[in-house]
Design a protein around this ligand. Structure first.
Ligand SMILES: [Zn+2]
Length: 684
C-alpha cells in the first residue's frame, strides 16, 4: 500500500490540521475504509473555558466520513474525565453515550464516535483506526493465530471479536498499557489500531502494517477458486434478461417498504459469481460488523433459468426470495431477546450467476454504499479463502450487530422521509422550461429523477446542475428521442440499471408548430403528431410495461395544454395532436386503474420562462393570430386570464408534484389547468 503522506503538504500544520490531513488520506483509500468507516483522534493540551490548561481528546464525530472530514466534524472531550473509566468492570452502551455527552467541551460539536473510549484509553497522542481489507483477511480465517504470528512475529496485539463498546475499549487499552512496545492492535473480524507521537507516525505505522499484510496475502495464496462455467452470457442476452428481471425484483422486495435497486456487472462481480465455491462462500457472513450494517448478514444467491421465459423467471425469483425472508424470520426468532422490532427482512445484496449483482435500499445512496462495500466483502472472502478457510461473525454476533441499539438510534436521528422518497421518476423534455422545473421539484421532494431530452448537451448540463444543487446520486439522465423506439429502450435500460424501475412518468416533450390548415405542410402536421401524440404513446407504453412488472402502481403525468379544451386558430397541428395526448392519458387511466396506475393531465398556458416552445416565430404567429403587437404578448396572455397573473414553470411543477405523490392517490383521469384561469379552457 502506497504511503501518501507528503511532508511538504503537511509542513506548518498544527495538531488538528495534521489529524484532518491524515484522516483524509486514510478515508480516500477504499482498501482501508469505506463510507463512514474508521476513525482518528489526537490528544492536545489547550486552555479550557476558565483558562486552565487541560488535555483535550479530539475525535471524529459520529456520522462523518474520513475522506471528506472537516475540522468542525471532530468532537472535543475532556480526556481526564474519560481515562479513569478503564478501572470500571463494565458499562452499558447507554451509560457510555450519556457519560461521553457530559465530557464534551463544546455542545455544538457532533457527538463523538462509538469507539471514543478505545481512543481515550490508548496512552498515545495520535490514534488511527481502519477496517483494512488486508488486515481483516488475516483474521477472518480458521488459521488466524498462525497467520498473524507468521506476519507480525508477536509484535502485534490481538483482541478477539466483540462488538464495539466499553468492554472492547477496556481490553485493548489494558493490552496496550501492559505491552507498550506493540506496533499496533488488531481487532479480529474488525480492523486495525495504530498510534504515534504525531499523525505522521500513526499513519506511517498503519500503512506499514497493512502493507505487510498485503505482501503476506499475495505470497501465500495456496488455493485458487475454480471457475464453474467457461462461457459468459452473450452481452445482449444478459442485458435483456436484466431489463426483464430488475423491475420484477424491485416489486417483490418492495412489499414492506419501497426500495430502489442498483445493478452491477463489473468484472470483479462477474468473476466472483463464476466461482464454483461462491454460492457457499457468499453465505458464510460479512467481513466486518460495519459491512453488515449495510449488506445484512447474508446476500441472496439466486439460481435462475435463463431461457428468457419471464413467467418462469418470476416464479423462480419469487420462490427464492420467499425462502430468504422465511430464513431471515427464523434467524430473527432464534437470536432476538424479544424486545427488538424486526427490521425489513429483504436482502440488501442479490447475486445471480452470469447476470450480476443488485443492491437494494431506500435510496441511491444506500444502494451505492452497499454495492461499494460488497466489492470489499468479496475481496476479503477470496483472500481469506486463498490462504485458509474464510470465517465470519457468529450468528449471534451478526444478530447483535444488526440490531445494535446504537445503530438503530442513529437511524432515528435521520430526517423524516420526504413525500417522494424511494420513488423513481423519468421526465421527457427535461432540459429546460417546464420539464426542468418539474425535475428540480420532484428531486427536492426526495425522488430519484432521470432526465431525458433530445438535446444531449443541454440535458447533461441540467443533470450536472441538479446533481450539484440537490443530490449527486439521485439525479441522472441521458439523451432520448421520444419518437424513436430504440432510443427509448436504451434510456429505460439505463434507468433500470441505475434505479431499478419507474414509479412516475412525466411525459412532457413537445413542439409547437403553427399555421392555418389550408397552408399547413403535411410534414409539419406529421411531425407534430409524431412528437405530440406518438411520442407520449411510446414512453407511456414502455413505462406501463415496467410498472405492471413491478406491480406497485404508478403515476403518469401528461403535460397537455390549454389548447386541449380550448384550441387556437392557426394552431391546428399542435391543438389536434395535444388533444390526442389528452385522450391517451384518459385511456391509460382506464386501463391502468386495476393495477394502481394513475394517469392525469396538466394543462398549462402561456409559460414563457425558459422554454423552447415559445420561439420568436411562435410568438410572432400567436401575436398576429390575436391581432396584437408581439412585444405585448406576455401581457396579453396575463390579462386575458381570470387571476391576471403570469404562469411560471414552477407553478406547473407544483401541480406535477401533487399528481406524482400519494397526496393525489384517489385522482386519475383528471385534467388540471395551470393557466391563471382561462374560462374557455375549464375542463368539462
Ligand atoms: Zn471500527
Amino acid at each position: 500500500m502506497e504511503n501518501l503522506w507528503s511532508d511538504s503538504e503537511a509542513k506548518g500544520m498544527n495538531d488538528l490540521d495534521s489529524l484532518v490531513y491524515m484522516s483524509r488520506l486514510i478515508g480516500a483509500n477504499t482498501e482501508l475504509v469505506v463510507w463512514g468507516g474508521g476513525n482518528t483522534s489526537i490528544k492536545v493540551t489547550e486552555p479550557d473555558i476558565a483558562g486552565n490548561d487541560i488535555e483535550v481528546l479530539k475525535i471524529k464525530g459520529s456520522g462523518s466520513d474520513l475522506k471528506t472530514i472537516r475540522h468542525n466534524q471532530f468532537a472535543h472531550l475532556r480526556q481526564a474525565d474519560i481515562v479513569p473509566l478503564i478501572e470500571r468492570k463494565d458499562m452499558t452502551d447507554e451509560d457510555m453515550v450519556d457519560y461521553l455527552d457530559k465530557c464534551m467541551l463544546d455542545p455544538k460539536n457532533p457527538r463523538p464516535s462509538v469507539e471514543t473510549l478505545l481512543h481515550a484509553f490508548l496512552p498515545f497522542k495520535c490514534v488511527a483506526h481502519s477496517h483494512a481489507d488486508a488486515i481483516v483477511s488475516l483474521t477472518n480465517n480458521v488459521d488466524q493465530q498462525k497467520v498473524l504470528t507468521d506476519v507480525y512475529k508477536g509484535n502485534m496485539g490481538l483482541v478477539e471479536y466483540i462488538r464495539p463498546g466499553f468492554l472492547l475499549s477496556k481490553l485493548v487499552g489494558e493490552q496496550v498499557i501492559q505491552n507498550p512496545n506493540l506496533r499496533g492492535v488488531i481487532l479480529a473480524k474488525h480492523g486495525l489500531f495504530t498510534w504515534g507521537d504525531t499523525a505522521k507516525e500513526a499513519y506511517d505505522r498503519h500503512i506499514d502494517l497493512v502493507t505487510e499484510a498485503e505482501t503476506y496475502l499475495k505470497d501465500h495464496q495456496i488455493k485458487t477458486l475454480t471457475h464453474g462455467h467457461t462461457h459468459d452470457l452473450d452481452p445482449d442476452k444478459q442485458k435483456s434478461l436484466v431489463e426483464i428481471l430488475t423491475p420484477m425484483m424491485r416489486g417483490l422486495i418492495s412489499k414492506t417498504s419501497k426500495k430502489v435497486l442498483k445493478y452491477d456487472n463489473s468484472k470483479e462481480i462477474m468473476n466472483f459469481l463464476s466461482y464454483q465455491e461462491s454460492p457457499e462462500l457468499s453465505q458464510i457472513g460479512p467481513a466486518t460488523p460495519d459491512h453488515l450494517i449495510h449488506t445484512k448478514q447474508k446476500p441472496l444467491w439466486v439460481e435462475l433459468d435463463k431461457s428468457g421465459d419471464s413467467n418462469a423467471m418470476y416464479t423462480s425469483l419469487k420462490t427464492q426470495l420467499d425462502d430468504y425472508v422465511i430464513n431471515y424470520d427464523k434467524w430473527y426468532e432464534q437470536h432476538t431477546s424479544g424486545s427488538d422490532i424486526k427490521l425489513d427482512p429483504f436482502p440488501r445484496v442479490i447475486l445471480i450467476p452470469q447476470l450480476g449483482m443488485w443492491t437494494t435500499g431506500k435510496d441511491a445512496k444506500a444502494t451505492t454504499i452497499t454495492g461499494d462495500i460488497y466489492h470489499h466483502t468479496i475481496n476479503v472472502m477470496t483472500k481469506s479463502e486463498g490462504i485458509s478457510s474464510f470465517i465470519s461473525l457468529s450468528d449471534q454476533d451478526a444478530y447483535d450487530m444488526e440490531y445494535w441499539p446504537l445503530e438503530q438510534y442513529k437511524l432515528t436521528l435521520a430526517p423524516p422521509d420526504k413525500d417522494l422518497a424511494s420513488k423513481v421518476a423519468l421526465i421527457t423534455g427535461a432540459a429546460n422550461g417546464i420539464g426542468k422545473a418539474i425535475a428540480a421539484t420532484l428531486a427536492t421532494e426526495g425522488a430519484h429523477v432521470f432526465l431525458t431530452d433530445i438535446d444531449e448537451t443541454k440535458v447533461q448540463e441540467v443533470v450536472e446542475e441538479l446533481k450539484d444543487t440537490i443530490d449527486p446520486l439521485r439525479i441522472s439522465g441521458c439523451s432520448m428521442d421520444v419518437t424513436n423506439q430504440q432510443s427509448i429502450k436504451e434510456s429505460y435500460s439505463q434507468l433500470i440499471r441505475q434505479f431499478g424501475g419507474i414509479d412516475i412518468l412525466v411525459s412532457n416533450a413537445g413542439i409547437a408548430p403553427d399555421g392555418a390548415i389550408d397552408t399547413l405542410e403535411l410534414a409539419d402536421w406529421q411531425r407534430s403528431l409524431d412528437i405530440n401524440t406518438t411520442g407520449h404513446f411510446l414512453v407511456a407504453s414502455h413505462s406501463l410495461r415496467i410498472m405492471k412488472s413491478q406491480d406497485t402502481g404508478g403515476s403518469m403525468i401528461f403535460i397537455g395544454t390549454k389548447n386541449i379544451p380550448a384550441p387556437g386558430a392557426e394552431f391546428g397541428a399542435y391543438s389536434v395532436a395535444k388533444a390526442a395526448e389528452g385522450q391517451l392519458a384518459r385511456i391509460i387511466a382506464l386501463e391502468g386503474g386495476e393495477f394502481g396506475i394513475r394517469a392525469n393531465i396538466i394543462n398549462p398556458d402561456a409559460v414563457f420562462q425558459g422554454t423552447n416552445l415559445w420561439s420568436d416565430k411562435i410568438k410572432e404567429a400567436r401575436a398576429s393570430a390575436h391581432g396584437i403587437d408581439v412585444t405585448k404578448i406576455e401581457e396579453f396572455y396575463q390579462n386575458r386570464s381570470l387571476l391576471k397573473k403570469p404562469v411560471f414553470a414552477e407553478d406547473v411543477a407544483e401541480a406535477a408534484l401533487f399528481l406524482a405523490s400519494d397526496r393525489s392517490s384517489k385522482t386519475t383521469g383528471a385534467m388540471i389547468p395551470v393557466d391563471s384561469g382561462v374560462k374557455e379552457a375549464f375542463p368539462r
